[in-house]
Design a protein. Structure first.
Length: 251
C-alpha cells in the first residue's frame, strides 16, 4: 500500500501502518495475502480522489480491486491466500521459523516490489476507463461498515474494495478486514511479533466468528460468490450480512 500510494504521490502514513495486522492473511491466519488488502486500500484511496464519496466511488473501487485480484493471480499460480502461497501455517511457531529459514521474507519482499508496480498500473488504468453504472447504495459491505463505525468518507471508500472477500472473490470476509484496519487506525500501538492472542485483534476476530456462524470466507457465509457489484449491492439491500455489520458497529 505504501509503495502504490507513493506512486500516486499521496502517502497515507496512519492508514498504511494500520494495515500491519492484515499481513499473513489477517493476523497470520493464512487468508488473502496482505499485499492484496493493501492494494485494495490504495485503489479505494485513488477512487475517492477521482470520484469523491458515494456509490460511484465505491463501485469503481470494487471493480478496480477485481482487476487487482486477477493480476495478482499471475504471480501466485492463481492463489490469493497466504497459506497456499507460502505452503506454511503461520499460526504455528514452527511455521514462522520455516518461513524465515526458507527465505520467505525475501521472497515476499521481491514479490511485493514486482506487484506494487503492476497494482499501480491496474489502478491507474481502471480509473482511466469509462465509468461503470453504479448501483443504488449500499454498494459495499466494508464501506457500509466503515460508515457505521463513524470513519471519514475517504476511509469508507478506501475499504470498499474489500467487498465480497476482496473484489468479490469470495475470500475471508471484507467486513472483518475493514474492522481490523479501522480499529488499527484508532489504536496505533500494534502488537509486536507473530502472535495476536489476547489482543484487541483477537477479540475482534472472536466477535466476528460469533456473528458469522464461525465461518471466515465470504462465499461460505453467504453461500455463493457475487458475479458483480450490482449483485452484491442487492444482497446488502435485502439485509444480507446485517448481523456481521451490526456486531462490528457495536464494538
Amino acid at each position: 500500500m505504501s509503495v502504490v500510494d507513493a506512486q500516486f504521490d499521496h502517502p497515507l502514513k496512519v492508514e498504511e501502518k494500520a494495515t500491519m495486522p492484515l499481513a499473513g492473511g489477517i493476523a497470520n491466519m493464512g487468508y488473502q495475502c496482505g499485499m492484496l488488502w493493501g492494494a485494495a486500500l490504495a485503489a479505494g484511496a485513488q477512487s475517492y480522489r477521482v470520484y469523491g464519496a458515494g456509490p460511484q466511488a465505491e463501485a469503481e473501487a470494487v471493480v478496480a480491486t477485481q482487476r487487482l485480484v486477477k493480476s495478482f493471480h499471475g504471480h501466485t499460480k492463481n492463489e490469493i491466500n497466504c497459506l497456499e502461497i507460502t505452503d506454511l501455517d503461520m499460526q504455528k511457531g514452527s511455521g514462522v521459523l520455516k518461513f524465515i529459514l526458507k527465505g520467505g521474507p525475501i521472497g515476499c519482499f521481491r514479490m511485493a516490489a514486482r506487484y506494487a508496480q503492476e497494482a499501480y498500473s491496474e489502478i491507474y488504468s481502471a480509473f482511466s476507463e469509462e465509468n461503470i453504472e453504479a448501483p443504488s447504495p449500499p454498494v459495499s459491505c466494508a464501506a457500509m461498515l466503515a460508515q457505521r463505525m463513524g470513519v471519514s468518507d475517504m476511509h469508507a471508500v478506501m475499504a470498499a474494495g474489500f467487498a465480497g472477500g476482496i473484489g468479490l472473490s469470495g475470500g475471508a470476509c471484507g467486513a472483518l478486514g475493514a474492522a481490523i484496519w479501522i480499529n488499527g487506525m484508532s489504536d496505533p500501538a500494534e502488537p509486536d511479533g507473530f502472535s495476536y492472542s489476547g489482543t484487541w485483534i483477537n477479540q475482534t476476530i472472536e466477535k466476528f466468528l460469533e456473528s458469522s456462524d464461525y465461518e471466515f470466507e465470504c462465499s461460505e457465509i453467504v453461500g455463493r460468490k457475487f458475479e458483480n457489484v450490482h449483485e452484491h449491492a442487492d444482497h446488502l439491500r435485502e439485509g444480507g450480512c446485517s448481523e456481521i455489520i451490526e456486531a462490528f458497529a457495536a464494538l
